[in-house]
Design a protein around this ligand. Structure first.
Ligand SMILES: NC(=O)c1ccc[n+]([C@@H]2O[C@H](COP(=O)([O-])OP(=O)(O)OC[C@H]3O[C@@H](n4cnc5c(N)ncnc54)[C@H](OP(=O)(O)O)[C@@H]3O)[C@@H](O)[C@H]2O)c1
Length: 321
C-alpha cells in the first residue's frame, strides 16, 4: 500500500528564550570589553552556545579573571583573551593581526567609558577620551576586522548604543567637545555617534551587496547592584543587593543588559539596520526590535560623521576589505 503524504503542521516560530540559546559550535565571536560588566555576560552567554569567544580587553589580569569565571560557569567553554585598547587607535591593527582566526561571525562593540566629572581628558592620540574610546576605537576596529568579517557569510557587527543618546544631537563642528565640555553630554553624543555609525555601516554594506549585517543594540538600564555575582569579576554585598532591589522594578542587572546583544549575534531573524533593546519601556526585560528614534534615521548627519571619522583616523571601515 502506498503511503499518502500527510499535510505537515506548520512549524510556528519559537519565541526567543534568553535561557535556551541556539547552539553555535564552529562559530567565532569577539566581544570588546568582555572582561567586565555587560560585556562579560555577553561573553559568558555566547560561550554557552559552544562557540569560540574572544574577550577583547586592555587588561590581561582582568581578562584572565573573566576567563576563569566563564570556564567555571560554562564547562568546556572555548574562550580566550585578545589584548585590545580602543583608546590607542594605532594598536588596533596589531591586535587584529594577533586574533588568529580564519572566520569571525560577529564582533560586539560593547566596551565603553563614561566619565562623570571634568576635566576633559584626551587619549595619547589627542582625541577626547569618551568619543575616542566609544566611537573612534570601534570605527577603526571595524575597518581592521573588515577583511575577516566580510569573508564570513552572514557575519554581524553589533554596536552598543544607549538611551543616553536619545536626547542628544551631534555637534559636527565640535565632535570632540573642545569648546564646551560637559561629561554627560559628551558621553551621550559618543553613544549617538556609535548608533549613527551602526546604521550608516549597514547602508554601506547593503549598497556593496555584502551579507554582513550591522545591528544596533542598547541594554536599557543595567546596574551592578542588580547583577548576579561573578567573583572577582563582579561582586555584591548583601547590603548592596538589598538596596538595589527596588530599582529592579525600573531597570535590570548586567546579565539581562547583555540579552539584546546576544540576540543580535545569534537570532537568524535579526536584520541589518535594526535596533534591539529591552522590552519594558526600553529599560528592562527581554529583547525586542524597537522603532528607530527619529534622529537615528538622519542619513545626512550619519554620512558627515563617517567622513569626519575617516579624516580623523585615516580608516574607512567600508573600504578596508
Ligand atoms: N550599564 C548601563 O546601564 C548602560 C546603559 C546604556 C549603555 N551602556 C553601554 O553598555 C556598554 C557596557 O557598559 P557597562 O555598564 O558594562 O560598563 P562597565 O561595567 O564600565 O564596563 C566597561 C568595559 O569597557 C572596557 N573598556 C573601557 N575602556 C576601554 C578601552 N580603552 N579599551 C578596551 N576596553 C575598554 C572596560 O575595561 P576595563 O575593565 O579595562 O576598564 C570594561 O570591560 C558600554 O558601551 C556602555 O556605554 C551601558
Amino acid at each position: 500500500m502506498s503511503s499518502v503524504p500527510q499535510p505537515q503542521p506548520r512549524t510556528q516560530p519559537q519565541p526567543w528564550d534568553v535561557h535556551r540559546l541556539p547552539r553555535a559550535e564552529g562559530r567565532s565571536f569577539l566581544v570588546t570589553g568582555g572582561n567586565a560588566g555587560i560585556g562579560y555576560f555577553v561573553a559568558e552567554q555566547l560561550a554557552g552556545t559552544g562557540a569560540t569567544v574572544v574577550l577583547g580587553s586592555r587588561d590581561a589580569t582582568k581578562a584572565e579573571a573573566a576567563l576563569a569565571s566563564i570556564r567555571s560557569h560554562v564547562p568546556g567553554a572555548r574562550v580566550r583573551h585578545l589584548r585590545l585598547d580602543l583608546a590607542d587607535l594605532a594598536s588596533l591593527k596589531t591586535s587584529v593581526d594577533a586574533l588568529g582566526l580564519d572566520r569571525l561571525d560577529a564582533v560586539v562593540h560593547n566596551a565603553g567609558v563614561a566619565l562623570d566629572d571634568p576635566p576633559r581628558r584626551e587619549t595619547g592620540d589627542g582625541h577626547e577620551l569618551m568619543f575616542a574610546t566609544n566611537h573612534l576605537g570601534h570605527f577603526v576596529l571595524t575597518g581592521r576586522l573588515a577583511p575577516l568579517l566580510l569573508a564570513t557569510p552572514g557575519s554581524r557587527i553589533v554596536t552598543t548604543g544607549s538611551f543616553a543618546a536619545k536626547t542628544e544631537r551631534l555637534d559636527l563642528d565640535d565632535l570632540q567637545s573642545t569648546h564646551d565640555y560637559r561629561p554627560k553630554r559628551t558621553y551621550g553624543r559618543s553613544k549617538l555617534a556609535q548608533m549613527l555609525f551602526g546604521f550608516e555601516l549597514d547602508r554601506r554594506l547593503r549598497a556593496a551587496g555584502s551579507t554582513t549585517r550591522s545591528v544596533v543594540v542598547h541594554p536599557g538600564g543595567a546596574l551592578d547592584s542588580l547583577t548576579p555575582s561573578r567573583p572577582p569579576v563582579s561582586e555584591r554585598t548583601t547590603g548592596e543587593r538589598l538596596r538595589g532591589l527596588p530599582l529592579g522594578l525600573l531597570v535590570q542587572g548586567k546579565e539581562a543588559g547583555a540579552w539584546p546583544a546576544v540576540r543580535a549575534v545569534l537570532d537568524p531573524d535579526v536584520r541589518g539596520g535594526q535596533m534591539w533593546g529591552p522590552r519594558v519601556f526600553g529599560l528592562r526585560g527581554r529583547p525586542r526590535a524597537e522603532p528607530l528614534w527619529d534622529h537615528l534615521a538622519d542619513t545626512a548627519t550619519a554620512a558627515r560623521l563617517w567622513a569626519a571619522c575617516h579624516d580623523l583616523t585615516g580608516v574607512d571601515p567600508a573600504s578596508e576589505a
